[in-house]
Design a protein. Structure first.
Lengths: 111, 111
């Protein structure tokens, strides 16, 4: 089955850029997502990219997809303290549209 | 639409008791997922349904866990008997081919 891997923790200073990385195994994945979870809350969709795209930019967020290496990254420019949260990489694949999540990367923003 | 609705938001129960978690997916979504989130293991997929049919229940920890989806608008996750190690936040999510929408979760504490 699909396997999605992320690093557990990232610490950056306020104003710096953050880059969160993710690798996946199923090359047939159609949609790839980044979700954000703030403390005590559910997961909210942050951004997504179709598998036929290499890059997507949305304000401070940039998603890069390297299909050859099965690598997805999320760059947050000018990171703010409000960006502190857990970020989950997720992919949809298979005929039944199974959604597989990574373990989540905890982003800590130091003022 | 009110989004994915889970109930209860919080549940505290004694070891050995039966616990039933409920989920109402977004109308028109054909896939429903149950996840469990703990500090130790992150977000784990327990089971998912497509068109009310269980597709993959390999993530269900053991026979004490069972899930049903009697119709397109309702699903339950039951734990019987409950144990302290079942304490976690349980999320339900639904999707219609693209974005997975999450409920706010049920925080279960088994004492």
């Amino acid at each position: 089955g699909e396997d999605v891997e992320q690093s557990l923790f990232l610490s950056v200073r306020e104003g710096d850029s953050s880059v969160i990385n993710c690798t996946y195994t199923d090359s047939s994945s159609t949609y790839l997502y980044w979700y954000k979870q703030e403390p005590g809350a559910g997961l909210q969709l942050l951004t997504y990219i179709f598998s036929n795209m290499d890059m997507k930019q949305d304000q401070r967020l940039t998603v890069l997809l390297n299909k050859k290496d099965k690598h997805l990254s999320l760059r947050i420019a000018d990171t703010q303290t409000g960006d502190s949260a857990i970020y989950f990489c997720a992919v949809i694949s298979g005929g039944y549209q199974k959604v597989t999540f990574g373990i989540g990367t905890k982003l800590q923003v130091i003022p | 639409d009110a989004g994915v609705i889970q109930s209860p938001r919080h549940e505290v129960t004694e070891m050995g008791q039966e616990v039933t978690l409920r989920c109402k997916p977004i109308s028109g979504h054909n896939s429903l997922f149950w996840y469990r989130q703990t500090m130790m293991r992150g977000l784990e997929l327990l089971i998912y349904f497509n068109n009310n049919v269980p597709i993959d229940d390999s993530g269900m920890p053991e026979d004490r866990f069972s899930a049903k989806m009697p119709n397109a608008s309702f699903s339950t996750l039951k734990i019987q008997p409950s144990e302290p190690r079942d304490s976690a936040v349980y999320f339900c999510a639904s999707t219609q081919n693209t974005e997975a929408f999450f409920g706010q979760g049920t925080r279960l504490t088994v004492v």
